[in-house]
Structures are given as C-alpha cells and as structure tokens.
Ligand binder design. Structure first.
Ligand SMILES: Cc1cc2nc3c(=O)[nH]c(=O)nc-3n(C[C@H](O)[C@H](O)[C@H](O)COP(=O)(O)OP(=O)(O)OC[C@H]3O[C@@H](n4cnc5c(N)ncnc54)[C@H](O)[C@@H]3O)c2cc1C
Length: 544
C-alpha cells in the first residue's frame, strides 16, 4: 500500500536491478531461457559505469584465439589467476569464469548485434606470471554500433553524447599508433556509429529491446521482499512511490559497486580511495539490501583501483569528475614521486596494481606516504604526449604546476627540493643506461606496450627527464568501481550468513564479491567476469 492508499504491484519471473553490462546480460540470459523479465534502473540513464568504459572484455581461452593463433588454455588461465591470487580467489569461482565466459561471449554474439575482436598484442596485466600471455589474446574489443538503430533509446544511454566513432583498438590505449583518417571518421559520425563501452551497452540493450523488454529508468530498488521462502521480490521506488515487484523465480542484484558511498568506502576499503571514476548512482544499494537479508560478504576491502587527476570544478553527471592517469605514467620522460619526492613503484605497472602502492602504510609516521602523489615530467614529455586530457604541446593549464628548475617545481608542490633532484638524477642515470634497478620499469611486456609504441625496446617507457621546464600533476587514488559484495556460489546464488544460499537472490558484476578477488587479469578484467556472472545468474534464476 503506498501513502495514497493505492496498492501498486507488478509481477514477473525474474527481476534484474541495474542496467550495466552485468544487469543487461543477466536480463538477456533470463529472457532467452523463457522467463518473463523486468529490469529496473535507478538513474534516468541506462548503462552505469559500463557505458563510460573502454568496453574491453578480458576473456581467457576465448573463441577468437584459434583463428588468431593464440596459444591459450583453461589450464594456463587458471594457473595465471592462481599465481596472482594471494589466497583471495575461490578456485571454483575462477574456474567457472574461465569455463563459462567464452560460451557467454559466443552466445552474446548470437543474440545481440555485439561482435568481438582480439586487441592485437595487448599483454595480460602481469604477463610474466605463470600462464600469462605477453603477446596478448585475452583482451577483446567490440565493434562499432550505430546508435540511431536504437531509436528513442539512443539518448537514454549514459554518455551517448560523448561517444566517439572509434573502437578501442584504433586508439593509443589499444596500442594504435595511427587513428582512422578523417573521411572514415566522418562517414562513421554520419551514421551515428560509436565504439567502446557505449557500443557494448547499446548492443546488449538492443538485444533486450528485440525481446520486447524495456528497462524502467528512475526506478530505484530500495528493499528486498524477504519471506520464509527466501527473496520473493523487491520494492522499487518510482516517482517517489514504492512498488512491490513480485519475482516468481528470483531477483538479480547488478547495481554496481559502492564507490560513491563515502560511509561504505570508509567502512570497507583497505586504504584511501578519494576519487570514484564511474557512475555516481553506484552507492552500494545492492550491497545494503543483501546485508539486510543476511548475505555473506566477500572481497569487501578491494576495488578496481586507478590513479586519477581531479580538475578543480570539473563535474560529470552533477558530481566531481576525474581523469584517469594511464599512458601518462608509462610513456618516456615521466615518473611518479610521493610526498617526500621519492619514487615508490614501477610507474608503468597496471593501474589496478597501483592501488597496492598507494596503500603502503608507514607504521612509524602513521601515514600513507604515497597518496596523494605527483606525476613529474619534463618538457619533452609535455611536447610529445597528452597528459590528463591536456593535448601534446598545448598551453599549460592552471592545474599543472611548472617551473624551469626542479627545485622551483618542488617548492610549488611542497616537496623537498634536494630529494626531488636526487630522485631525478638517479632515475635519469639508470634510464640512460636502459634500466630501472629500483622498480624494474620497462622489464614487463605490459610496460612497453603502454609506452610510446613508436619506440622499440625499453626506451618506449624509460627515458630521462632532463629538459626544462619540469611539470607536476597531483594524483589521487581512485577507483573504476568497488568489487566486494554478496558472495555467490558458482551458479550466481547469493550465500547466506546462516549457511547455504538465500533462495531467490542472485548477484553479478561489481555488486558481487569478485570471482577474481583482487586480480585484474588484463584489460577488460572487470567486464569479462561481470558479463559471465550476469549470464550465469540469469540462466540459473530462469531455471528455477
Ligand atoms: C572510464 C572507465 C573506463 C573503464 N574501462 C573498462 C574496460 O575497458 N574494461 C573493463 O573491464 N572495465 C572497465 N572499467 C570498469 C567497468 O566499467 C566496471 O567495472 C563495470 O562497468 C561494472 O559493471 P556493472 O554492470 O557491475 O555495474 P555498472 O555498469 O556500474 O551498472 C550498475 C547500474 O546499477 C544501477 N543501480 C545502482 N543502484 C541501483 C538501485 N538501487 N536500483 C536500480 N539500479 C541501480 C546504476 O545506476 C548503474 O546503472 C572502466 C571504468 C571506467 C570508469
């Protein structure tokens, strides 16, 4: 009964909460298994962080590898994940991801307009670990999608107005050194074609609309309906009114992480995370609903970490926005230093692993010395490469510190000048010799892939900072999304604190305890598992 005294209710087989890739894939899987499906989205826009993403999917042992001559196997993939697990990965969950993921992708290609291709040579994020692939083959890009095909739904996708007519493979992030020419880009723009995460979400949504299922936006799930038989539905707020939605077979939580909920971030994450990068509606609603019905939790201290820059006053979707710091760290003539002016890690390492360096704790000083930190680069870097959206050679923006001397720069950013000079002198000496004995930058295939692709060898990432002026940009510990939440079994069913599963409750994507623990296996390491467990949860719920 709502406040006006009118009882509102809806009924279907499977209810899905959230329209990121996890929710859309879950809804598709349940619908194709013959279930009636309703999918609710808190925001006025479809797609969550997924629609803001690069759209890369990490999928070991995938169906495209044979044609591309990639030597991969189930065993290699599992050995790789195990080598990085640090006791955090449930091996049954990891095997399920590796076994079911390729099947899911082939199925998605059948039931939606999505099609995937391997990003050539994109190494795994820890390629030298057992089972890692230094030559790539597991990171997949998706094709372009013509947004006008979605009709009125095109403008309901998050980020649709920022779509680019390029696939990730055609950008420097995908290893490209030349982008498509202007004629090609013009033709694509005329057709409304876009790539990356936006195209992935659009393709999945298209498949769903073809099944006659329309997501309901501005519909925030607020509470699970919990009975002695388990979860039998969910209360959804629409236009300020609660609607009870009965789910005959199950409710799938795919509401993303809790990165925008500062209280949950403080409570659970293992170290500082001051700058969420994704969709601001991801406030841990699914987590809290699951906690209320006694779900067992897992992976709560982890997130998909990423170094970011915050530009004062810059906003996206009405919230402070961030710019990811990816290639800036790995290209030549740049380093990162902590508040003491010292390097503290291999700057070219993958962004997720960088979280570990940010969270190193000094017990004596009782502080995190590496967060925030500074990206330091010289004029050659500034002339040749884009830095946090400031294009190569562009005028120095206000948020970028610069000075003709290292000491002058140090003074501006509050770092001890002599130490910063010492750091640069040591780095430069070794860089000139082509080595980094302190942090091994450039030794991994990953480091050089993300360096300057036009330069061969270790110099693609390792070159001295010796040309004034020098520059500094403040870096914070950010996140693409948290990845802890209700623990599930291999069928996507949420486990209960009391033992067994909570009947009728499923979870997928960043809302669930990540099946890969704290491991970001390679580019696409979040979307691959999210879609796989969306698929599994949708199938399982539909089979009840
Ligand atoms: C810039 C950027 C680039 C990235 N690139 C990649 C990449 O290339 N590859 C990769 O693997 N990962 C990438 N990531 C990370 C990736 O985007 C996320 O990990 C992934 O999208 C999470 O998917 P999801 O479906 O779990 O959640 P989301 O896509 O965030 O979807 C969750 C949805 O649930 C909705 N919701 C929340 N609460 C409720 C509620 N109470 N009721 C109903 N709906 C609710 C939200 O509004 C949202 O739409 C990137 C992230 C960023 C920020």
């Amino acid at each position: 009964m709502n406040k006006g005294g009118i009882f509102l209710s809806e009924e279907c087989d499977v209810v899905v909460l959230g329209t990121g890739v996890a929710g859309l894939t879950a809804a598709l899987a349940a619908a194709h298994s013959g279930s009636s499906v309703r999918i609710y989205e808190k925001s006025s826009l479809i797609g969550g962080t997924s629609a803001m993403s690069g759209g890369i999917i990490w999928m070991p042992n995938n169906h495209l590898q044979e044609f591309a001559g990639v030597d991969d196997s189930r065993e290699k993939a599992l050995a790789y994940l195990e080598s990085l697990s640090l006791g955090q990965i449930d091996s049954d969950m990891a095997s399920t991801f590796v076994d079911k993921g390729p099947e899911m992708l082939q199925w998605i290609e059948k039931v939606t307009p999505c099609s995937f291709h391997i990003i050539d040579n994109y190494p795994d994020y820890h390629p030298e670990h057992p089972g890692g692939l230094p030559q790539g083959g597991r990171s997949l890009d998706n094709g372009l999608f013509a947004l006008p095909e979605l009709g009125e739904w095109a403008t309901k996708i998050r980020n649709h107005e920022r779509g680019n007519p390029v696939m990730l493979t055609e950008t420097p992030l995908g290893g490209a050194t030349v982008t498509p020419d202007r004629t090609v880009l013009g033709e694509r723009s005329d057709k409304g074609q876009i790539g990356m995460g936006l195209a992935l979400v659009a393709g999945l949504l298209s498949g769903l609309l073809d099944m006659g299922i329309e997501p309901q936006t501005q519909s925030q799930a607020s509470q699970l309906i919990n009975t002695s038989e388990g979860v039998t539905g969910v209360t959804v707020m629409q236009g300020g009114k609660p609607i009870d939605v009965k789910a005959r077979k199950g409710v799938i939580i795919a509401t993303g992480g809790f990165e925008w909920n500062s209280e949950l971030v403080r409570t659970f994450l293992r170290g500082p995370m001051t700058a969420p990068a994704g969709s601001p509606e991801n406030t841990g609603d699914g987590l809290q609903m699951a906690m209320e019905v006694g779900a067992k939790l897992g992976n709560m201290r982890n997130a998909w970490w990423v170094p970011v820059v915050r530009i004062p006053g810059e906003e996206l979707f009405g919230h402070p926005s961030v710019r990811l710091i990816l290639l800036e760290r790995t290209r030549p003539h740049s380093i990162m230093v902590n508040k003491y002016g010292k390097r503290f890690t291999n700057e070219a390492g993958n962004y997720n692993a960088m979280g570990g360096a940010f969270h190193a704790f000094d017990p004596h000083k009782f502080e995190y010395p590496n967060e925030p930190c500074w990206l330091i680069f010289d004029h050659r870097h500034k002339l040749d490469y884009e830095v946090a959206g400031c294009r190569a050679g562009e005028q120095t923006p206000e948020w970028m510190f610069s000075d003709n001397s290292i000491e002058g720069l140090a003074l501006q950013i509050g770092v001890e000048g002599a130490t910063l000079r010492e750091t640069l002198t040591r780095f430069n000496r070794h860089a000139a010799e082509g080595s980094d004995p302190d942090f091994h930058r450039g030794e991994s295939a990953y480091d050089t892939f993300n360096g300057d692709q036009s330069i061969e060898g270790i110099q693609a990432t390792l070159q001295p900072l010796d040309t004034a002026p020098f520059y500094a940009v403040r870096i914070e510990s950010g996140s693409l999304g948290t990845n802890g939440g209700p623990k599930t079994d291999v069928s996507g069913r949420v486990l209960s604190l009391a033992g067994g599963v909570i009947p009728g409750l499923y979870a997928a994507g960043n809302a669930m305890a990540a099946p890969t623990g704290m491991v970001y296996g390679g580019a696409g390491g979040t979307l691959g598992p999210a879609m796989t467990f969306g698929y599994i949860a949708g199938m399982t719920a539909a089979s009840q």
